[in-house]
Design a protein around this ligand. Structure first.
Ligand code: SF4
Length: 407
């Protein structure tokens, strides 16, 4: 009887969100968390094609869409955000319903639990509040264009807090009919998508390292912040280097499989210098900033992996967070015999001429010294490197010596 009299809804009671268009500025920590937002909005019913990320940073973007809306911030990567907001508001053929720009307070780093905190740079975290001022100064440009501006404060490294932070931080009003249960499911999907993407990228990096080990070839590791992957911020310096045939790895996507970590950091753990492979207290005790922690850890990893023959350091103009790390990072890398080159104070202009000369210098040094660097680093490494096929684990004599006729 209850089943007979029960009301069967003819349609899904949730309002359809398939037509809603959501814009996300492709800036700052969106470069390392984009998959979380894709998974989250996908689960909330936003069509993939209606989730719009702004383009790469460029001078043109800033001129065309950000002119006259700049706010006071001396950091170049933060200043660029104005152009991205402008592109989302004024540069779309089909208008957006929402601009979503989260204030990310903590990051879900692979070093979480091994360091003091995984905080974001305060300028990065506050950028959405800062930049929006340029779009509200005379009148509310978002409202004028029928766009909801949603900027929740979110601690991505504390998953239990995230559903509430997003729900109460503006998504409840922006997505009618949204429930807390739905929000929880969407957050779970977001973490799943982010985890899967990171695992795929790390697997690819491991394949590159294994190839280098097999062929005894050198590769380069980039130590930078996630937004240096943006061609307008990092100026694609690593791409120029890769064109010379050297594989490039980024510390953010370095393989962290247990076998490799135990091989690389096991002796330090056994000696009591650190508690785990991701502990950096031996080189950076005030491990509060997530991206800084990953840069310092990347320097340690580069020092221990023989086939990383060179480290490239990128930093942006006026970066207060990076200043104190310049010396320790350089020393960690150079003391292992690895080549170290640094491009600091990057801003809007790509110094094409000087980058070209430096890229040629780096590749010249690599051609000349990489084999020697790899040989010396291998000699200083513990035996049984998991990157090598087992037949190669023990160092074999060079082929010429094996084939030489006996006296
Ligand atoms: S201080 Fe450094 S980390 Fe922070 S926003 Fe500026 S450039 Fe980025």
């Amino acid at each position: 009887m209850p089943r007979w009299f029960a009301r069967t809804p003819s349609v899904d009671p949730r309002p359809s969100r398939a037509k809603l268009r959501v814009g996300i500025p492709r800036v700052l920590n969106a470069w390392s968390t984009h998959q979380f937002w894709c998974g989250l909005f996908g689960e909330l019913g936003i069509e993939r094609l209606n989730l719009v990320f702004s383009g790469d940073t460029s001078e043109e973007q800033g001129r065309q869409y950000g002119k006259g809306r700049g706010t006071v911030d001396c950091c170049y990567p933060v200043k660029c955000v104005t152009g991205h907001y402008g592109e989302l508001v004024f540069g779309q053929r089909q208008k957006l319903d929402m601009v979503f720009s989260p204030m990310i307070y903590t990051l879900p780093s692979f070093m979480s639990g091994h360091v003091a905190r995984t905080l974001t740079c305060p300028r990065v975290m506050a950028a959405p509040e800062n930049i929006k001022a340029g779009f509200l100064k005379e009148r509310d440009v978002f409202a004028e264009n029928g766009i909801k501006y949603v900027t929740p404060f979110v601690s991505l490294d504390e998953p239990l807090l995230v559903p509430k932070q997003l729900f109460e931080g503006g998504l409840r009003e922006a997505l009618p009919g949204l429930t807390m249960e739905e929000m929880q499911r969407a957050v779970d999907e977001g973490y799943k998508a982010l985890r899967e993407f990171n695992e795929r990228a790390r697997k690819k990096s491991r394949e590159v390292l294994e190839w280098c080990a097999r062929e005894n070839r050198g590769c380069l590791l980039v130590l930078a912040r996630p937004y240096h992957m943006d061609p307008g911020i990092g100026h694609e310096i690593e791409v120029d280097l890769q064109a010379y045939g050297y594989p490039i790895l980024w510390a953010q996507y370095f393989p962290i499989d247990d076998d490799l970590m135990q091989w690389a950091f096991g002796p330090d753990i056994a000696a009591g210098h650190i508690k785990s492979p991701f502990d950096i207290k031996d080189v950076w005790p005030s491990s509060y900033s997530s991206n800084t922690n990953e840069i310092l850890w990347g320097a340690k990893a580069a020092a221990r992996i023989p086939w990383i023959a060179c480290v490239i350091r990128l930093a942006s103009y006026e970066c207060g967070m990076d200043q104190p790390t310049y010396t320790p990072v350089q020393q960690i890398v150079e003391r292992s015999g690895t080549l170290f080159f640094s491009f600091q104070e990057l801003d809007s202009t790509k110094p094409a001429g000087s980058v070209k000369i430096r890229v040629e210098t780096i590749t010249h040094y690599l051609e000349k010294y990489a084999t020697d660097i790899i040989r010396k680093k291998k000699a200083a490494s513990p035996p049984g490197c998991p990157l090598l096929p087992s037949a190669w684990e023990t160092e074999r004599p060079p082929l010429v010596r094996q084939l030489a006729p006996r006296a």
